[in-house]
Design a protein around this ligand. Sequence first.
Ligand SMILES: Cc1cc2nc3c(=O)[nH]c(=O)nc-3n(C[C@H](O)[C@H](O)[C@H](O)COP(=O)(O)OP(=O)(O)OC[C@H]3O[C@@H](n4cnc5c(N)ncnc54)[C@H](O)[C@@H]3O)c2cc1C
Length: 412
Amino acid sequence: MKRLLILGAGTAGTMVANRLSRTLDRDEWKITVVDQHDTHYYQPGFLFIPFGIYTKADVVKPRRDFLPPGVELILSPVEVIEAERNRVRLAQDNRWLEYDFLVVATGAQIRPDQTPGLMEHEWRRSIYDFYTLEGALALAKHLRTWKGGRLVVNVVDNPIKCPVAPLEFLMLADWFFHEQGIRDRVELIYATPLSAAFTKPIAAKRLGYLLEQKGIKVVPDFMVERVNPDARKLIAYDEQEVEYDLLVSVPLNMGDEVIARSGLGDALNFVPVDKHTFLSPKYPNLFVLGDAAAVPTSKAGSVAHFAVECFAENFVRYVEGAEMNVRFDGHANCFVESGFGKGLLIDFNYDTEPLPGRYPLPGIGPMTLLEESEVNHWGKLMFRWMYWHILLKGRDLPLPALMSMAGKWRNN
Ligand SMILES: Cc1cc2nc3c(=O)[nH]c(=O)nc-3n(C[C@H](O)[C@H](O)[C@H](O)COP(=O)(O)OP(=O)(O)OC[C@H]3O[C@@H](n4cnc5c(N)ncnc54)[C@H](O)[C@@H]3O)c2cc1C
């Protein structure tokens, strides 16, 4: 019996287990998944919680419900991966699990402890995050009675999960405070380490214009070094300062500590792999999928979905000694909620930046690329249903895994 071990049963790990349990011969393969928690979080839903659009019940479900029968689930933190010896130690009972093939899908998490001042006595008083369920719920409570002032969203550094989420937060905040009748008493500021609202030029221009129209000010090239929680100030490495009344931080995102303990990661605990196949250049039986991988595309559930589709096809060939003939192209596809019942869609890959145009989608589309529309907003809300019922179960979406140029306008 060959042993496939998957570390992490989040978005990527769950999809890998579902896809491979259908394609691998179950008489020949034993699939085991390890995760530290028994609850699965729909993280894109955290964005909506501070504004009362979603509640906790919308974003949590038991992990076991999404794994196929016959796949073993072990609930324990992973203490260390010994890739040289093809084994992993569990923290719970110090047990060693041996494997023939390993898929690391331990994701990325926020690390507010890495920025001085962030997690001191003002954490979850005047400083919040929305990248965790606890943070999003605490912020929702705070916003219910907030009387207004200077709200600053700060990204500590990149890469972060879902790089458009901070922009979406600000645009939803603009809508929310209008609804509350206090928009004229709220200043919205985006302090970002980037030189513009987004990384790539066309999207940066279009999103920057949208923020300007909504009265959201961008403070670019702001590399925060520390926070002074008493003076309510962010202080950058170049001594530039940004004052706030309410700080919504997107702290440094890092891979799990088990990656560092196992000597597998880069400075941020992300694991270097081939960007087309996800195979480790060091270990021929170790793949890394999802946010845990150090590849130059967005850390997003949509990317994990497309990547897993390519990987699953390759894996069944690879274990038979054949060549991996699908080359993942970095395809990312994200709805960008822009408030007032509208949203944008961006679709890009390693080589092609987000372009304007019309995204063909059978039955529902076309969706507007880099342009606001109501149908994109409904697409974003529908995504939650698709996540639980289609995406996690490793079923096909009516979207190609590799990016298509259909409907994209090049000269804009
Ligand atoms: C606020 C927010 C908004 C987002 N919006 C979008 C969006 O609109 N669209 C989109 O596509 N993506 C979005 N994302 C990103 C998306 O949620 C992630 O990219 C996706 O969940 C990554 O999947 P993953 O499997 O790599 O990691 P995860 O889903 O985070 O799973 C990692 C798993 O590994 C487990 N684990 C980690 N370390 C250990 C250990 N040592 N031992 C045992 N288990 C361990 C964790 O418990 C977890 O279950 C958003 C994320 C956030 C936070």
